[in-house]
Design a protein around this ligand. Structure first.
Ligand code: URA
Length: 255
């Protein structure tokens, strides 16, 4: 037993974990804690993977049950705020819950709050949010008529990429927001959010530009468009034309 604990610790150290918070270890660096593809499989890494998988399954079950209790968005927000199954909460300043019109026809979904969102407590208020505002204005949609949320309600430390287990644990909260807002359209910002919602690994370059469908837990079919994340567009201005055509496609449909 002691030996296996030592092995787990050793593996955490080797894989860059430099802090433990709650049940799930994490690294303050940008790299994910989960085993990397191609890394040699040893008994200790297998054990650590098993432990992480078990912790994820338990936390996911808990987030599902927590989300199910909510009868409206206010209740869900309070339940998410008091949820302790995701260690990201311990390093975040705020819980960044979805924000906007509860009767929105369109819901926008990103990946995770950044530094500005964490400080202010609202989604897409930083540079990405400003670009999103510009794109919305260009197609004549007001932000206050939409509902904007993220897969994760807590900022990963140092803006590192969220791990699969963090996304899996937080996904029930997003799915419940979708169910409660019940929009006609979902516009997904970026491949990571699209992959989480559809549980696939398709690159955003393949997912974007065509209508997709999302089925809620209670059977409602919602039309979905996915496009590039605004942060990606800020770094790759050459892709803005494609994103623009995705926004125009949305506009054409809602009119
Ligand atoms: N990026 C996101 O994915 N979400 C935010 O809220 C801000 C930046």
């Amino acid at each position: 037993m002691i030996n296996s604990l030592e092995n787990i610790l050793e593996w955490y150290i080797e894989s860059g974990v430099d802090e433990t918070v709650g049940d799930i270890p994490f690294s303050l660096e940008k790299k994910a804690v989960e085993p990397q593809a191609g890394a040699p499989v040893t008994a200790s890494s297998r054990q650590a993977t098993t432990n992480l998988a078990q912790a994820t399954i338990a936390a996911r079950q808990s987030s599902r049950e927590t989300a199910e209790k909510a009868r409206n968005l206010d209740e869900l927000k309070e339940l998410v705020k008091s949820f302790d199954g995701c260690s990201l909460k311990l390093t975040a300043t705020n819980t960044v819950f979805g924000y906007g019109s509860e009767k929105a026809k369109i819901m926008f979904i990103g990946e995770a709050p950044g530094a500005d969102e964490d400080r202010i407590g609202k989604p897409f208020v930083g540079r990405s949010g400003q670009l999103l505002d510009k794109m919305l204005a260009a197609i004549g949609i007001k932000r206050e008529d939409c509902f904007i949320s993220n897969v994760l309600p807590w900022r990963p430390p140092g803006n590192r990429t969220p791990t699969d287990s963090e996304k899996a644990v937080c996904l029930p909260f997003l799915k419940k927001q979708i169910e409660l807002v019940s929009p006609e359209y979902i516009f997904i910002l970026g491949g990571s959010a699209a992959n989480s919602l559809f549980d696939n690994m398709e690159p955003i370059s393949k997912l974007r530009g065509r209508w997709l469908e999302y089925k809620t837990e209670n059977g409602k079919i919602i039309k979905v468009l996915a496009s590039f994340h605004p942060a990606y567009l800020l770094r790759n201005a050459g892709q803005k034309a494609k994103a623009w055509s995705d926004f125009l496609r949305l506009k054409k449909n809602i009119c």
